[in-house]
Design a protein around this ligand. Structure first.
Ligand code: ANZ
Length: 973
């Protein structure tokens, strides 16, 4: 046990409801007024709900005797009052205690002979809106794991920090003039306070923010290592340029051709930008996925994003006006070299570099217009979203290298400049896109793969599958692949192309290099100088780091594409220290992804001024054992940080190939179910199932209390013939369905919120918020409290101490406890937090039937409860007489002796008539049951000396013995 835990003095003030006067007032008003007169709208939802239903089941309890009873509405509300336990006193008290005593601090010099557990949340962007109920879902799960492992004797690293650079603070600065730093610090303070109010066991001594120079010094340092290894470079690339925001946007910040923020139009514009060569790591990023304990869906998303494909690059000579070969070639990338003979035209991207060389004079204007038209579309619009293919003939032809045929070259925007070679061979018989295009523009179609399964009717349909090759031989080139399978043919074409200089085998990736510069202020400065004279880029020396952001008052974009930092003239203009030559600083900043690429490493050693992370510490703590966050980070964040980690591995900064051993995505929390009804012009309801033209009617939202379930449907309570449509939406401000965790904490307490979020459903699934669900877990906590502490006194306060006795536990009590221990432990370890709670609920239900609450049972149960509801558990633990926090107590272990099957009473029939019972183990075999029956005093007389015809045995239910009638003695009297 850690000695730094101080003795805690329990101050057991009476449970005063003053803070909760709102409840007192409302409750008493409920008891005074008739339900119909009560204006529902002025009541908090919880009270409105407990008001519904008329009569409800409740538990009345007296010490020693407890029974379920049906009580009237008036009685319910007054019992409701007594149900509450003093969470509003307990919670702040324990939060203060944990903080004052730094209970969850992970010391710098942990005993490394002990096992470690590093459990991490994807750290939040501290937005102005504060926490939403989605945050605590993941944070509670990791907290439960952290608390469990601490109690199991692990050294636990469970830190929290802020991913605090980014656009919102900068836009707020532009609107209000408030410096992004001010806004960020304020938001961080709020987030920290909110997180602390939920009782998470973070080691706050390790808190970090990506915006602190001590932190971004090392982000810049990593950039320099990338630069030195040629992995950071500048290139002229078409970028998403948003004129209204005056900035370049990342692909993921552009949705359907407009900026995600603000919805401004975005165009493609070539610009000189910093790029990171993530493509150099494509193969390793792909291969190493196999070893990770990640959800298969994320691994698959990463594989698709990396998009490795194998194929060939093939060269097509450009022909001149007379059909003669020129010395210029167009190289295409294809995954189907087997169908080269079927290539009846070619397509180049509008940006293709050779286009202006071969376009004919007659076609030039049309091609130019088309290029302009295409430049206004995003890649997505050009490919996935584009329904109708467009293109223009260039007037020029190329030679199909397989058979020497002259095929037309088209320009079309369904071919992207950024993939492969920016040119394709088009095979309209076997590719759907090419087929649509050829049909539209009347281009010949040539089938070269036999589709064995196809009837003759479909023979002229596009066939994208593999098969046996036909129509594919040429005397001119000597290539013959007829009758080969697609696979064999592809190999033969590649081998032929390599031999004849017509092409080569090629592996391609969808993954692009990472555009690593933003024309923004609120980001890490890129530590590079550009010499005035030569334009050469020079890395600033590592000893000069951090290169801090200069102060600026005007954050508005320059509008020219020059970043706002260019306004910090005295910061920008500098000299190269090694040569004294005048130079300018790079004014683009890093993207928001940068700081989050490596923060998990800094948490291991957050204050080290000498190194990004101390080698020994890194060796001990790496990798992160469990990493929890939203599925929206399945690709970019996880891929970028894996990339940086691998670079750091190559240069010896980290000891593992991968940063995160296990990743778990929590599901999203959707808003409460909303019920929609429709009304016709006269204002009469229209049932959702009877009317086809529902959308012509007026939609109305029906409050939950006016809805009932009828079969599989929801209907109006007042008129069950009217069917409603239930819908769930993402929580959003505009829909007004956002639940604020602060409100929940105020009304039910942090333990209830934690428990509810875990109880809502399987951790990884999406779930809908439902306020009555919180009431359920809140009642469970209150029941647990009363089980240990007893009922409140007449003034509502609770007595000091507990009801616990020093009696020896009975076998039944031990069995109930150990079953609960086994269940809770197993469920937490398998991240099935919801069923872990059910296990505890079963325990409490069973315990209510006992006449005593022995210490030997209740103490372990309190420890079991503690990862989920730490405040209540600490309070109970302390009342049970323990001076120290339970955070480092040993987590109870299930004793297998108590998990064995229990005995049951089995009825025994003789010839179909029940003649007695025997006590057997639940899983008892037929033979054993029969032996026990024949030894039983009562049954023996029926069985002794009888021959048995057959036995019918239903385990756990019955044993029926059928006697052989021929041997039955008939007694005549
Ligand atoms: C002819 C062909 C026929 C193709 C066929 C496929 C099927 P993956 O697997 O995604 O790598 N392609 C190549 N470069 C392109 C570009 N810049 N823009 C648009 N499409 C491009 O896809 C490779 C295939 O996508 C290539 O193989 C090429 O079309 C097309 F029945 O060549 B294929």
């Amino acid at each position: 046990m850690s000695s730094h835990h101080q003795i805690l003095q329990i101050r057991s003030d009476p449970f005063v409801l003053s803070h909760c006067c709102r409840h007192t007032r409302l409750t008493s008003s409920l008891t005074l007024q008739s339900p119909l007169k009560q204006p529902f709208s002025c009541l908090p939802f919880r009270w409105r709900r407990s008001y519904r239903g008329g009569v409800r089941s409740s538990t009345t309890e007296t010490h020693g005797s407890k029974k379920e009873a049906l009580v009237s509405e008036t009685a319910t509300t007054s019992i409701e009052l007594k149900r509450v336990y003093p969470f509003h006193e307990i919670e702040p008290k324990w939060q203060r205690y944990w903080e004052d005593n730094r209970i969850f601090r992970t010391p710098d010099d942990v005993d490394t002979s002990k096992p470690k557990f590093y459990v991490l949340d994807m750290f939040p962007y501290p937005s102005g809106a504060g926490l939403h109920v989605g945050h605590p879902l993941g944070y509670t799960a990791t907290d439960i794991l952290a608390r469990l492992r601490r109690m199991q004797g692990y050294n636990v690293l469970h830190p929290m920090g802020w991913d605090a650079f980014g656009l919102p603070a900068e836009q707020y600065a532009i609107e209000t003039g408030t410096h992004p730093k001010t806004t960020t610090l304020k938001n961080i303070d709020r987030f920290r306070l909110q997180l602390k109010s939920l009782g998470f066991s973070y080691d706050w001594d390790r808190e970090l923010s990506t915006t602190e120079p001590d932190y971004y010094k090392w982000t810049q340092w990593i950039f320099l290592q990338l630069y030195k290894r040629g992995l950071a470079y500048q290139a002229e690339v078409p970028v998403n340029w948003c004129p209204a925001l005056g900035t370049v946007l990342a692909n993921e910040e552009v949705v359907d051709g407009v900026s995600e923020r603000g919805g401004h139009p975005v165009i493609r514009k070539p610009m000189r930008q910093w790029m990171l060569k993530i493509t150099a790591y494509a193969d390793r990023l792909l291969e190493d996925l196999d070893e990770l304990e990640w959800p298969e869906s994320i691994k698959e998303m990463q594989r698709n994003w990396i998009g490795r494909s194998e194929g060939a690059e093939l060269n097509f000579s450009i022909l001149d006006g007379e059909g003669r070969e020129t010395d210029k070639e167009i190289t295409v990338y294809t995954t189907r070299p087997d169908i080269l003979f079927g290539a009846t035209y070619m397509v180049v991207a509008p940006e293709h570099q050779l286009l202006s060389y071969f376009v004919t004079a007659e076609q030039k204007q049309q091609v130019e217009e088309y290029k302009d038209f295409a430049s206004r579309k995003s890649d997505l619009e050009r490919t996935e979203l584009q329904k109708d293919k467009t293109g223009v003939f260039t007037g020029c032809y190329a030679k199909n290298p397989a058979n020497g045929d002259a095929i037309p070259i088209w320009v079309a925007d369904y071919v992207l400049a950024s993939y492969g070679t920016g040119a394709i061979m088009a095979v309209p018989a076997h590719d759907t896109r090419d087929n649509e295009f050829a049909l539209k523009y009347n281009i010949p179609i040539k089938w070269v793969v036999r589709n064995e399964a196809n009837s003759s009717d479909d023979a002229k349909q596009v066939y994208p599958g593999l098969g046996i090759i036909e129509n594919s031989s040429s005397l001119e080139t000597g290539l013959d692949i007829n009758q080969l399978s697609s696979k064999e043919a592809a190999l033969k074409v590649i081998e032929w192309a390599e031999r004849t200089g017509n092409g080569k085998k090629k592996v391609n990736y969808k993954l692009r290099d990472w555009l690593f510069a933003r024309q923004r202020y609120w980001g890490e400065p890129i530590p590079i100088l550009i010499l005035d004279e030569s334009g050469e880029t020079i890395a600033i020396s590592e000893s000069e780091l951090p290169l801090t952001l200069p102060e600026l008052n005007d954050f508005t974009p320059t509008g020219t594409g020059e970043p706002p930092l260019s306004k910090a003239v005295s910061w920008v203009n500098t000299v190269d220290p090694s040569t004294g030559k005048p130079a300018k600083r790079e004014t683009s900043t890093m993207p928001q992804w940068a700081g989050s690429c490596w923060y998990y490493l800094r948490f291991m050693d957050p204050k080290n001024p000498e190194a990004l992370v101390d080698k020994e510490k890194e060796k001990y703590w790496s990798p992160v054992d469990v990493y929890v966050g939203g599925a929206e980070h399945a690709v970019l964040h996880l891929l970028y940080s894996r990339f940086w980690h691998k670079v750091l591995y190559d240069i010896g900064v980290v000891s593992t190939k991968e940063p995160f051993k296990c990743v778990i995505n929590q599901g999203i929390i959707l808003g409460e179910v909303q019920y929609t009804a429709w009304k016709d012009q006269e204002g009469n309801y229209v049932s959702a199932d009877t009317e086809e033209r529902l959308n012509e009617h007026q939609q109305v939202t029906i409050p939950e209390e006016k809805v009932i379930k009828s079969g599989d449907h929801f209907v109006l309570k007042e008129d069950p013939s009217i069917r409603l449509i239930p819908r769930v939406y993402k929580m959003s401000k505009s829909r007004g369905n956002v639940v604020n965790p602060d409100d929940v904490v105020l009304e039910y307490g942090a333990d209830s919120l934690r428990l509810y979020e875990m109880f809502m459903g399987p951790f990884r699934d999406s779930k809908t918020w439902n306020t009555s669900g919180i009431e359920g877990v809140h009642r469970f906590l209150a029941r647990t409290w009363r089980l240990v502490i007893g009922l409140p006194q007449s003034d509502g306060s609770f007595k000091d101490g507990t009801l616990v006795t020093d009696d020896e536990p009975t076998l039944e009590q031990l069995r109930t406890l150990h079953k609960c221990i086994a269940k809770v432990t197993e469920e937490i370890e398998s991240t099935r937090f919801n069923t872990g709670i059910s296990g505890m609920m079963e325990f409490v239900n069973a315990a209510y039937k006992w006449n005593n609450q022995p210490r030997g049972i209740i103490e372990p149960f309190v420890l079991l409860l503690s990862p989920y509801a730490p405040h209540m558990a600490e309070e109970l633990w302390s009342r049970l007489g323990h001076p120290n926090s339970l955070a480092y107590e040993s987590f109870p272990k299930a004793n297998p002796d108590y998990l064995k099957n229990t005995t049951i009473v089995l009825p025994v029939q003789i010839n179909g008539k029940t003649r007695g019972t025997i006590e057997v183990e639940e899983g008892c075999s037929e033979d054993d049951a029969f032996v026990l029956a024949s030894q039983d005093d009562k049954l023996r007389k029926y069985l002794d000396g009888q021959s048995i015809k057959k036995r019918i045995y239903v385990p756990g239910k019955i044993l029926n013995v059928i006697l052989d009638r021929t041997n039955v003695k008939v007694t005549t009297k």
